[in-house]
Design a protein around this ligand. Structure first.
Ligand code: NDP
Length: 471
């Protein structure tokens, strides 16, 4: 049984002042695997004070020095790639394929930021003035459980590039993954206090980060609900915020799409990260006159989806992270049926032979209306809704008829057609044909999917304050 009883403050692993514990439960067996001791406000204040002190000198580091730190971090995290994958699969239940990609993203965060630093201008001439982009200060990083280390690495790499110091509050459900990452960061040998981490609850550690006047910015990934609480709290001390929140992403299958390719891809795409993905394309918009063909293809694709042990290379959908998340998804499947949507695949209950863990059947609803709750709310599980449209204009209207605006997807055999549609969608990222990722392109949401952007130049700018000097 693993006991995680250390936090990381001022370059050292220390015993937290907080004494409460949180059980770590395997999502595959629902057996207790360990526990984590939770930090409290005292621990958080200590970590913030360390970051504040370290910022005094870290802000003065040169770009070349920051590149060196990023190289050391890249090297240290790369060395533990395999273990990081293993622990993500066992603690979180992410499939092997997804966990490998997620850890790769985490590792690449450091080299991506090195790439950005090569051409980034921290000083520019605008009008007749000198404009300096200066390090913001102490950044509070608050992250969820669904790709924990990848979020931490991306945010931390950006902070280093900007000359900021950080205090991280990860999800306590990711404590074992975080602990391994911490050892990598420690090995990278950064100056004391540049990186600090406090395990603990959102309403304790997260709340202290949100209200503490010595924190200049919060970079948060999580639910829209929590994002709003943080934004409201942050305004008292006028903190800068980057909020990466939920989504209910549309996937537009245009009239000229190759259905045989697009529909299976749409089904597997909706189940990315076992459906626990903010960018999952969970609303599949299809031409009304092709619904029958779409239903047949979607059902056939769902039959190929393997739900099961995430360690297995063939598994597409692993367990939900917790019983709470499992129950939430079950509630939504029941809601879909009560709302009158037609169940095409899956349904309530666990798949055969998978009674112990938090496994959900790969589920598809068809004949869904965009005003149903299953089409409006983020389910965060393997549940896809098929919605029809009569005209392309209507398809765009349905796609945009959501409070979210994180991602959107388009399938078409005509790239210029797809691009014309992309320009009309209200989403921070529009992906045309296949599920591509570009780590240097900005990422973030329109509307209630968030505030600000991460990655690349756009991400870096949000860790900097702009000063004009008129001499
Ligand atoms: P939550 O919003 O519940 O939690 C996210 C983090 O915020 C956790 O560390 C949590 O701590 C902390 N937190 C909770 N309450 C507070 C508070 N009052 N003040 C400060 N911090 C707090 O999200 P989940 O962990 O459930 O993650 C799933 C959500 O994340 C989904 O809605 C998903 O869409 C979103 N997400 C967004 C992404 C994006 O890039 N846009 C990417 C991935 C996920 P604790 O665990 O202790 O509650």
């Amino acid at each position: 049984m693993e006991k995680i009883n250390q936090i990381y403050v001022n370059g050292e692993f220390i015993t937290p002042h907080g004494t409460e514990t949180f059980d770590l439960i395997s999502p595959v067996t629902n057996q207790k695997t360990g526990e984590v001791v939770l930090g409290d406000e005292t621990d958080t204040k200590l970590a913030i004070a360390a970051a504040k002190e370290a910022f005094k000198s870290f802000r003065k580091t040169t770009v070349a020095e920051r590149v060196t730190y990023l190289e050391h971090l890249h090297e240290a995290v790369s060395k533990k790639e395999e273990e990081l994958v293993k622990i993500m699969v066992s603690e979180y239940g992410g499939t092997l394929k997804f966990s490998k990609a997620s850890v790769k993203n985490a590792i690449d965060s450091f080299t991506n930021m090195i790439e950005v630093l090569k051409t980034f201008e921290f000083q520019r001439i605008v009008g007749k003035s000198k404009v300096r982009l200066e390090s913001l200060g102490v950044v509070g990083i608050i992250t969820p459980w669904n790709a924990s280390n990848s979020f931490i690495c991306n945010k931390f790499a950006t902070a280093i590039a900007a000359g900021c110091t950080v205090v991280v509050k990860p999800s306590e459900m990711s404590a074992a993954q975080t602990q391994l990452l911490l050892h990598c960061f420690h090995e990278a040998g950064l100056p004391k206090g540049v990186f600090n981490l406090v395990n603990g609850l959102g309403n304790v550690v997260g709340a202290e980060i949100t209200r503490n006047p010595d924190v200049a910015k919060i970079s948060f990934t999580g639910s829209t609900l929590t994002g709003k609480i943080i934004a409201k709290g942050a305004i008292d001390t006028m903190k800068r915020v980057t909020l990466e929140l939920g989504g209910k992403s549309p996937n537009l299958i245009l009239d000229d799409a190759d259905l045989e390719k697009a529909i299976p891809a749409a089904v597997f795409g909706a189940y990315m990260n076992s459906g626990q993905a903010c960018i999952a394309p969970t609303r599949l918009l299809v031409p009304e006159n092709k619904l029958e063909e779409v239903n047949a293809l979607a059902k056939a694709a769902a039959a190929l989806v393997q739900v099961g042990n995430p360690m297995n290379e063939q598994t597409h959908v692993g367990p939900m992270v917790s019983i709470k998340q499992y129950e939430r998804v079950q509630d939504y499947i029941r809601t879909g049926m009560e709302e009158g949507a037609t169940l095409l695949a899956g349904g309530t209950g666990k798949p055969d032979g998978l009674q112990d863990g938090n496994f959900v059947k790969a589920t598809i609803f068809t004949n869904v209306r965009n005003d149903m709750r299953i089409a409006r709310e983020e389910i965060f599980g393997p549940v896809l809704s098929i919605i029809t449209y009569k005209t392309e204009e209507e398809a765009i209207a349905i796609a945009n008829d959501t409070t979210y605006g994180l991602s959107a997807y388009i399938s078409s055999t005509d790239l210029s057609h797809a691009n014309r549609v992309a320009e009309q969608l209200e989403a921070g990222r529009v992906v045309i044909n296949e599920f591509k990722h570009d780590p240097l392109a900005p990422f973030g949401g329109f509307k209630q999917s968030g505030i600000g952007r991460e990655f690349g130049v756009y991400g870096l700018e949000t860790y900097l304050e702009t000063k004009a000097i008129l001499d």
